[in-house]
Ligand binder design. Structure first.
Ligand code: FAD
Length: 394
């Protein structure tokens, strides 16, 4: 284990980004401490991630590639169809990943956070649970003091705000208010059904907006998500139980989507909104920086939020290792992340707008346009998303 000589790195938030940042900081020779609001961070509702090749490359840099690949279910392809099941496009995710020396998997959020938390425990990183950060003040004589909800304080030479889209650290740093609700997906984990393709992320766009997707998690578990339309949301707001409303919405879609929803208990269906920051804003000042959703919460299109949090963590660790002092390391980290995140966010927000179209004719035009687009162009985009080059800039 590295000598802890590079200073104390205080991290607010023990989710995917915060725990990965703690591991990266420890590998770089710093002394990380994590304060996490929840008392049970590894207990998360029935949701699962697509972790693309760029995230696996980032996990490799913190020593967890094999642990995650051992638990995740490999993704070989991504298939997009219309609601009748007519193909719109297919992307060879496995082939693209192999060309980049990486792989992509589906994994339960709880499993990923569990692997990260266990690695932190093994590395002796303190994880203070039930400790909500309410803000911070720069400390006299250097560093920063984080204030906790129970009145306690924690000191760090630097503070990393990895406390999610509603980040308290961000509020002190930028004061730019709450994130906005971008979409209202409904999701769950059902039992495998005939028609679910192995090793495939399947998405189907709806005739008047919205859509549905599913991806196997290994064993008989399959994660599904429904992109809601305003009509579906109105129905639920009008009192129709969520599961009934979703089943009615899916009536014209391929049968396996309906089967997945049917096999999911109503109580295990998750309806929380996706929170985003339309403007990423500045990442850091002085001894404080932001990471993951606190820095750049984005729509779930392309499923890159957690992947980007992992990239952030890997770069932060690399800059801590190679930059003489911690505050300079934060600035170097921010500089290295700027272009990559800006490029990705532009892509994500553009596709998000396209997926929110609810006019029937425009949906048809979108489907035709996407179907006719050269496959190589889509592959290029995926290759770029899955390419995470950690080589230091200079
Ligand atoms: C429906 C949905 C599907 C998604 N699918 C994917 C996907 O397939 N692939 C993908 O890569 N991404 C996906 N994402 C995005 C992904 O969930 C986030 O981008 C990712 O979780 C960000 O990680 P984070 O650590 O920055 O934030 P979070 O995961 O939000 O973690 C923040 C942590 O900080 C804690 N916390 C909050 N406030 C405080 C505080 N004041 N003090 C201390 N601790 C605090 C929280 O309890 C939490 O543990 C999806 C998101 C949604 C909503």
């Amino acid at each position: 284990m590295a000598e802890h000589t590079r200073g104390r790195v205080l991290i607010a938030g023990g989710g995917v980004g915060g725990l990965a940042a703690a591991l990266a900081a420890r590998r770089a020779g710093a002394e990380p401490v994590v304060v996490e609001r929840s008392t049970e961070p590894t207990r998360s509702a029935g949701t699962a991630f697509n972790l693309w090749g760029n995230a696996i490359t980032a996990l490799e840099r913190i020593g967890l590639r094999d642990a995650v690949l051992a638990v995740g279910d490999p993704i070989e392809r991504m298939c997009l169809s219309d609601h009748r099941g007519h193909p719109i496009g297919e992307t060879p995710i496995g082939k693209i990943g192999a060309g980049l020396g990486t792989a992509s998997v589906n994994i339960r959020r709880a499993d990923l956070v569990g692997i990260l938390a266990e690695a932190c425990r093994d590395a002796g990183i303190p994880l203070r649970l039930g400790a909500a950060c309410t803000g911070y003040t720069p400390a006299l004589g250097g560093g920063v003091t984080a204030h906790l909800a129970d009145g306690a304080t924690e000191h760090g030479d630097v503070l990393i705000g990895a406390d999610g889209a509603r980040s308290a650290v961000r509020q002190v740093l930028l004061g730019d208010g709450d994130p906005v609700e971008s979409s209202h997906p409904i999701r769950g984990i059902g039992r495998i059904a005939p028609g679910v393709q192995p090793n495939t992320v399947s998405m189907a766009w709806g005739p008047r907006g919205g859509g549905v997707g599913c991806w196997p998690l290994g064993g008989d578990a399959v994660s599904w998500t429904v992109g809601t339309t305003s009509a579906l949301r109105a129905r639920i707001a009008g009192g129709t139980p969520v599961k009934d409303a979703v089943l009615a919405f899916l009536a014209d879609f391929p049968e396996h989507f309906t089967a997945l929803v049917r096999s999911t208990p109503e109580s295990a269906i998750v309806t929380s909104p996706v929170l985003v920051r339309p403007e990423a804003g500045q990442r850091g000042v002085g001894p404080v920086t932001l990471l993951g959703d606190a820095a750049h919460a984005m729509p779930t299109v392309f499923a890159q939020g957690a992947c980007q949090a992992l990239e952030d963590a890997a770069v932060l660790g690399e800059e801590i290792a190679r930059t003489p002092d911690l505050v300079s390391a934060l600035r170097a980290y921010e500089a290295r992340r700027e272009a990559r995140v800006a490029w990705l966010r532009k892509r994500v927000f553009t596709m998000d707008r396209l997926q929110k179209v609810e006019n029937r004719l425009l949906c048809k035009v979108r489907n035709t346009f996407t179907r006719k687009a050269p496959a190589e162009k889509s592959e290029q985009g995926w290759r770029a998303m899955m390419t995470f080059d950690l080589a230091p800039a200079g």
